[in-house]
Design a protein around this ligand. Structure first.
Ligand code: S3P
Length: 168
């Protein structure tokens, strides 16, 4: 199924770019985080606190499996950690074209200053957490990507334009 799937680190713009692409391409948008929040009736932070990260990761995989059964084509925006699981990597490649929105750690730190909604970046030294997680994940994001867009220096519309030019 040729969906368009956006992957990348927290704060790279997956959800907002996804919404813009969905009306530009006239496709429905599915945001895996929003889907999980809706289904569980609570926020991601609450879910991490009550059930733990492993439980959340299992829900991400279930969400991808459901999408694979879906006959409709979508723009899919994923949570930043979703591509890390081996099982999800296989599912992503079956789901369609993977677009990696590559962002520098300093851009993430600037954009997510004061953000309270990402449990993995709370506590002391969020800058260090961003740097460490991004360097651990970088290779996986790059390996899975069919298309890579470096978003730091681009405007919102330039990012959309680069993606639409490259997707079929
Ligand atoms: C996470 C990213 C978040 C959300 C959760 C875990 C991660 O999504 O899924 O907090 O591991 O990078 P965004 O990338 O949309 O912020």
């Amino acid at each position: 199924m040729n969906n368009i799937i956006l992957i990348g680190f927290m704060g790279c713009g997956k959800s907002s770019i996804g919404v813009r692409l969905s009306y530009g391409c006239k496709l429905t948008m599915v945001d895996t985080d929003a889907e999980i929040e809706r289904q569980q009736g609570c926020s991601i932070s609450e879910l991490f606190a009550s059930k733990g990260e492993a439980y959340f990761r299992q829900l991400e995989t279930e969400c991808l499996n459901k999408l694979l059964q879906d006959k409709e084509r979508h723009i899919i925006s994923t949570g930043g950690g979703l591509p890390l699981r081996k099982e999800n990597q296989e599912l992503l490649s079956q789901l369609g074209t993977v677009v990696y929105l590559r962002v520098k750690p300093e851009t993430v730190v600037e954009r997510l200053k004061g953000d309270k909604s990402r449990p993995l970046l709370q506590g002391d030294n969020p800058q260090e957490k961003v740097r460490k997680l991004l360097s651990e994940r970088k290779e996986t994001y790059e390996r899975l990507a069919d298309i890579i867009v470096d978003v730091d220096q681009l405007s919102f519309e330039q990012i959309v334009e680069q993606i639409t030019r490259q997707i079929v």
